[in-house]
Design a protein around this ligand. Structure first.
Ligand SMILES: [Ca+2]
Length: 423
């Protein structure tokens, strides 16, 4: 008994000692973690060097499809309008998903900003309707597999001879039109081709495991054309869905489903308030832009004054013409116009523009432009910042994605621009 109680006593002291030792090391650990965490937090606050956050006035990440207008930081709120529904590729599910009118679409590369387009292809998800989609040397089986939107609405196209086609007629003017289709290989290895004019065909690289959106752009010159799909080799078979024929030199996001009439997707209009977020005297804007194969001009952001001038009504803007230039420009009193080279998309670029009373500069992917030190700032105050589009009546769109849009209320040095835009 006595021996046992002594043992219990000893064990009790041992446990207390162990607890004390444990608490001591826990205390040391917590102290150390605070000591080391402080500078790390200072440096990495918000995932960014802390010295950039002190003057950050506005930050729209555009990374949450469930909360597309969310601001990490800012005064007021983003505003978005689009008068029609639209589709987008959901960043989590990967499915072609419907967005209601007024819903900003967030894809994996950020906010998708497009202009108005019309899908001229009728019955876009009913490719077996022979009165509209005319098969030649081809069998069409309806609703055989799961489509890119997750519903079992995709058709199987099987060639019964070489150069089997599935075509739909449309009426065009003298302009560029683009036909696009989601395709996936079922059997065979022959060429799979698409065309916007049934004369010249683009061969598309597809596989048997994922859907590929194939497109072809042709400038049409007579009234009636046929767009569609061609299988070069007899007995080859593909899955097909989402026929889309648009007036334009590149495919925009899929517009559908269509049935007896063409369907129009209206323009995306995204704006941010100036007050509290933006200073016309000094500031910096950075963003990440991802563009497809749009070869025309595209705008990343724009601002307007209450009294619009002759060129777009802009106070300042940032835009690119693929294959030629990336431009930062400021109009009115104290013009600056800095340009850098720009490659043809698809590409993702981290870009920045900065301005002050003595200097303006541009940067892209860690490289700065040629600074302009002749600038004196305009007395005009912009009323709105438009993201991904011009303010003016000509409405030039990004036709791509804007992500991580930030405004600072101070001008950045060249080295800061290089750091913040480093790829
Ligand atoms: Ca179908």
């Amino acid at each position: 008994m006595c021996e046992n109680s002594r043992r219990y006593e000893y064990n009790g002291y041992l446990q207390i000692a162990m607890r004390k030792i444990t608490f001591f090391f826990l205390f040391i650990f917590l102290l150390a973690s605070q000591v080391f965490a402080w500078p790390l937090n200072r440096f990495w606050s918000g995932g960014n060097p802390w010295w950039l956050n002190d003057s950050l006035t506005f930050w729209a990440p555009f990374d949450d499809p469930a909360n597309p207008l969310y601001l990490v930081k800012g005064t007021g709120s983003l505003s978005f309008t689009r008068a029609t529904a639209a589709t987008y590729v959901h960043p989590t599910t990967g499915l072609v998903t419907s967005a209601a009118s007024g819903q900003l679409r967030i894809e994996s590369n950020g906010a998708l900003i497009e202009g108005q387009r019309t899908n001229l292809a009728l019955w876009s998800e009913t490719l077996g309707l022979a009165a509209t989609w005319v098969p030649s040397n081809m069998t069409v089986d309806n609703n055989t597999v799961v489509a890119p939107d997750g519903a079992t609405t995709a058709e199987t196209l099987t060639a019964s001879a070489d150069n089997a086609t599935l075509l739909q007629s449309y009426t065009g003017t003298v302009a560029a039109y683009t036909g696009s289709y989601y395709l996936k290989r079922k059997t065979g290895t022959g060429n799979v081709q698409v065309s916007a004019d049934n004369t010249t065909w683009t061969t598309c690289t597809i596989n048997a495991s994922t859907w590929t959106r194939c497109s072809d752009t042709r400038t049409v010159t007579v009234a009636t054309y046929y767009h569609g799909i061609r299988l070069a080799t007899n007995t080859d078979a593909v899955y097909a869905w989402g026929g889309d024929a648009e007036l334009g030199a590149f495919a925009s996001s899929y517009i559908g489903p269509t049935d007896t009439a063409a369907v129009t997707r209206n323009k995306d209009v995204l704006t941010a308030p100036v007050s509290g977020n933006f200073s016309e005297v000094t500031g910096t804007i950075t963003l990440t832009v991802t563009q497809g194969t749009n070869t025309s001009a595209s705008f990343y952001w724009d601002s307007s004054t209450p009294n619009a001038d002759a060129e777009d009504g802009n106070w300042a803007y940032l835009h690119a013409t693929q294959g030629t230039t990336f431009t930062g420009k400021r109009l009115g009193v104290g013009l600056y116009n800095i340009q850098m080279s720009q490659s043809v998309g698809p590409a993702t670029n981290k870009v920045a523009t900065t301005w002050s009373s003595v200097r303006a500069q541009l940067a892209k992917d860690g490289v700065v432009g040629t600074e302009d030190t002749s600038t004196t700032y305009s007395s005009a105050t912009p009323s709105t910042i438009t993201i991904g589009r011009t303010q003016g009546a000509d409405y030039i769109f990004t036709w791509g994605h804007i992500k991580d849009f930030r405004i600072w209320n101070r001008s950045f040095s060249d080295s800061e621009l290089q750091t913040i835009t480093a790829p």
